[in-house]
Design a protein. Structure first.
Length: 291
């Protein structure tokens, strides 16, 4: 797997990203599992890892940092992302906070947990209707100036939210993490993918297999899609998962792999070798467009 520039001003990253959003806190077992997973990813050519402060109830960054501190791999050999902005109330509901104070505190806490002096990319995890964007942008620029973050990104932003934040920044936004897969192509239909590309950036696609629904969904559309992915995959000696991820990669997006299963990580990594024909790519898009 080769490395590619995330944007014209962002870092080089692997063509697939490994994300920790599905991980849970299982104590010391988590540390050993992270070490195995990261080393497997590095063997496969995946050197880019996506975190958020909240993953595993604020535990996964800390466990990852302990593995990094142990010397199992070197900081200069990996690209680290982290995010903040999604919060959970004591009452159990989700809310958003991208205020200057929250961002600054979150970045400092993530750096401490991850045992690193900087993040290659720091992203706002979700747009916040209440935060003053000018103050938010100033906080982000101050963190860039301090060297704590190298590049700024966003996640789950609409085109207008992306544009609005960008208007306050003196450096480019290098990516937007969007939900994108063959069962959810809204980011194509509403222009987010095109807009990100227009900004000379690559979109990152989270949930590339629709939370597993592409592999095991029982609804008619999932079954039809799986049948067609299997049929097209035979041409490339590839399975359903590899073909679905290859479809995303051919669009110019970088999939975020969230599986804890080693075989599924390998499937995603080897999808870079598959090149679909125009006809096959659009046949899958036609199925994705079915209502």
């Amino acid at each position: 797997m080769k490395n590619v520039y995330l944007s014209d001003s962002g870092p080089k990253v692997s063509q697939a990203i490994y994300g920790f959003w599905r991980w849970k806190d299982q104590g010391k077992e988590t540390i050993a599992h992270i070490e195995r997973t990261v080393n497997l990813c590095l063997q496969l050519g995946i050197n880019t890892f996506d975190h958020a402060d909240m993953y595993g109830n604020f535990s996964i960054e800390k466990y990852f940092g302990e593995v990094l501190k142990s010397g199992s791999f070197k900081r200069e050999d990996i690209v680290l992302f982290s995010k903040c902005g999604i919060c959970t109330s004591a009452k159990g509901f989700t809310y958003y906070n991208t205020s200057a104070e929250h961002i600054t505190s979150s970045v400092n806490n993530s750096l401490q947990r991850l045992n690193t002096e900087y993040l290659d990319v720091f992203l706002l995890h979700h747009s916040d209707h209440l935060s003053d964007l000018e103050s938010t942008a100033k906080a982000l620029m101050q963190l860039v100036k301090q060297g704590k973050i190298k590049s700024i990104g966003v996640s789950n932003f609409t085109v207008f939210q992306h544009q609005q934040l960008a208007s306050y920044l003196s450096v480019p936004i290098v990516t937007n993490h969007v939900e994108l897969n063959l069962l959810n192509i809204s980011a194509i239909e509403d222009g987010r993918v095109d807009f990100i590309k227009q900004r000379y950036s690559k979109p990152l696609a989270w949930a590339p297999l629709a939370g597993g629904k592409i592999l095991n969904g029982v609804d008619p559309k999932s079954q039809l899609l799986r049948s067609k992915l299997s049929e097209i995959g035979i041409k490339h000696n590839a399975n359903v998962e590899q073909t679905a991820v290859a479809w995303l990669m051919q669009l110019g997006t970088l999939p975020i792999i969230g599986s804890l299963d080693e075989d599924r990580i390998k499937n995603a990594a080897t999808a870079t070798e598959i090149k679909l024909s125009h006809e096959d790519w659009y046949e899958l898009l036609n199925i994705a467009q079915l209502k």
